[in-house]
Design a protein around this ligand. Sequence first.
Ligand code: PGA
Length: 253
Amino acid sequence: MRSKIIAGNWKMNPVAADFEQLTRTISEGVQKLTPDSQVMLFPPALYLSKMLKLTNNNTHLAIGAQNCHYEPKGAFTGELSPQMLSGIGAKHVILGHSERRKYFGESNQFLRAKVDSALEAGLTVIYCCGESLDEREAQQQEAVVEEQVDKALLHLTPEQFEQIVIAYEPVWAIGTGRTALPEQAQEMHRFIRELLAKRLDQSTADACRILYGGSMKPANAADLLAQPDVDGGLIGGASLKAADFCEIVKAAG
Ligand code: PGA
């Protein structure tokens, strides 16, 4: 019922010339697979325009941004507004990635403003949530994720929620090579879906795509994606290797 999403988050990679080759190889690979899933790439903002052009003819591949500000314009040195992103043809934006929360101090309240503004500009939001290792060891994962989702998303209407995708990314699994077990991912995804059902409504909860992120790779993708509440993946490291990323797209079907 829910189509899957496979999204590649390139973070602050790759450097200069390599991005064009990587884009072409992934784009061709995805085109050959003609997947039922939606495939998305999130490059550094500098490459967005060029990548939108390079992938213009590929209906299976969408391009989005890794972050945006909440104001449409103004004196915010170094920032990009959601209107600027949608203005060049980007369709999606990642908000609340744990690296933004950790290194740039982004709070749930701040993210709520960004979510509102991105939706206003017509972007789909991939909203990230997930607990740290300490929080998991203290059995706090549900409370942490509930707060992250509650503070930034649960004020939205069911109509607005159609433009929301949630990515559950346990921080202890990001870039560490340590992946959540499929059962651990399923448990948290179900928890998030039940939260949406309780606080919004059942059909919004049933329709919302919840992606898993954290060291997803060809070797573990099929098992994670087979879980009933795992609707795709947000992939960092493995999205920088065209062959690995395409394998994951293939696993998603
Ligand atoms: P990873 O990153 O796949 O390299 O663990 C995932 C993410 O941070 O979105």
